[in-house]
Design a protein around this ligand. Structure first.
Ligand SMILES: NC(=O)c1ccc[n+]([C@@H]2O[C@H](COP(=O)([O-])OP(=O)(O)OC[C@H]3O[C@@H](n4cnc5c(N)ncnc54)[C@H](OP(=O)(O)O)[C@@H]3O)[C@@H](O)[C@H]2O)c1
Length: 337
């Protein structure tokens, strides 16, 4: 079978296409025939050598996100049978409860082997059933981006019908956060740096869109759009460079779920958080319990992930380059033949 491995880090050339023996499951393990994989911003950081939060396994199979079907089960496996449609969980050891730092080396696609391969083997505990209405390509987008958005908006953000959430940009996490918020009956104010993406955001129900490049004081615009009250929640993917504005956009007692660090240097004065009696927390993707709860909601709502473009397996480098270009709206997917 074919798989990719991480070679010398520094850009898309780090992706090495290799031939390997088809892996077979041991006791308590499941072999998954991967049908599609999806990229996240983190995967760009990994191949460029800028991912420092957890040590990488040398020669790891890249990408955390994928979906496929169970091809074989090892001895004593009880959760799965051949043919089941599944996706891996991002941190393989985080099934529920509180995340512990010692779970992090089990994160897929760098710290541990990921999914950019025709077949992989995982513990039977490290998988969830994918929503029945989704194709493998759609389901491949869920493990990191969608679970992160669920955790940030609904678990830690506690978003309620009628509340207002701000999402930043039109990447994977932000579009899932917008879609989940709309499902919940919340109002979404989205930002984007691209006028061309404004109509696409409106197209799926986002009522207000602010261009953060042409309106750098977008926090003031959010307050205006909420009649001076401010937003209940910001799902923060900008990080150091946008956090001060995210807090500026909040209502008194609002919350910021800090997910990413796409933008610049910090200008944050912690006093602004206190002045608003606001809360802030860091998000790490989510547990298996969260993924399963989210999938039930996605299935009831028949939610369709937003896929921008699908690449062939042999074009993995081009898929990474496309994500790096920032032209995408939603997810970039790789089809596995
Ligand atoms: N903590 C976690 O567990 C976790 C999980 C997932 C992701 N993340 C992090 O969250 C961030 C987003 O990840 P992703 O995979 O959703 O990214 P992505 O799909 O690559 O999307 C990035 C998008 O963000 C927007 N953007 C770029 N620069 C920006 C800026 N300066 N301010 C505001 N928006 C900007 C752009 O949208 P427009 O063109 O519309 O402006 C861009 O397309 C990354 O930092 C990633 O590492 C963290």
């Amino acid at each position: 079978m074919r798989l990719y491995q991480l070679g010398k880090l520094g850009g898309p050339d780090a992706l090495q296409l290799k031939e390997a023996e088809v892996p077979l499951p041991g006791r308590g393990e499941v072999a998954v025939r991967i049908r599609a994989c999806a990229l996240n911003h983190r995967d760009l950081n990994i191949i460029s050598g800028n991912y420092t939060s957890v040590a990488l396994k040398p020669g790891a199979i890249p990408l955390s996100d994928g979906a496929g079907e169970v091809a074989a089960v090892g001895a004593e496996v009880t959760r799965w049978k051949v043919g089941d449609r599944v996706a891996p969980i991002f941190v393989q050891r985080w099934l529920g409860g509180t995340l512990l730092p010692e779970y992090m080396p089990s994160a897929l696609g760098g710290p541990s082997d990921g999914v950019l391969a025709e077949q992989i083997v995982l513990s039977e505990e490290g998988l969830v059933r994918i929503p029945s209405h989704m194709s493998f390509e759609q389901a491949s987008t869920l493990p990191c981006a969608a679970v992160t958005a669920w955790h940030a908006a609904l678990v830690k953000g506690q978003l309620q019908p009628g509340q207002t959430v701000v999402t930043l940009g039109t990447g994977g996490v932000s579009l899932f956060a917008a879609q989940l918020a709309l499902l919940t009956g919340a109002q979404v104010i989205a930002t984007t740096g691209s006028d061309a993406k404004i109509e696409r955001l409106r197209g799926f129900g986002v009522s207000e869109v602010v261009n953060y490049r042409t309106t750098p004081e977008w926090d003031a615009r959010v307050r205006e759009l909420t009649a001076g009250r401010g937003a209940d929640l910001v799902v923060e993917v900008g990080g150091p460079g946008s956090l001060a504005r995210s807090i500026g956009a909040l209502r008194y007692g609002g919350h910021v779920s800090v997910v990413g660090n796409l933008a610049g240097k910090s200008t944050l004065d912690p006093a602004v958080l206190f002045a608003k009696r606001a809360s802030m927390c860091g998000i790490q993707v989510g547990s298996r319990d969260m993924f399963e709860a989210m999938n039930r909601a996605l299935e009831v709502a028949r939610l369709e992930p937003v896929i921008d473009r699908v690449f062939d397996f042999a074009e993995a480098r081009a898929a990474y380059e496309y994500l790096a270009s920032g032209k995408h709206f939603g997810k970039v997917v790789i089809r596995v033949p």
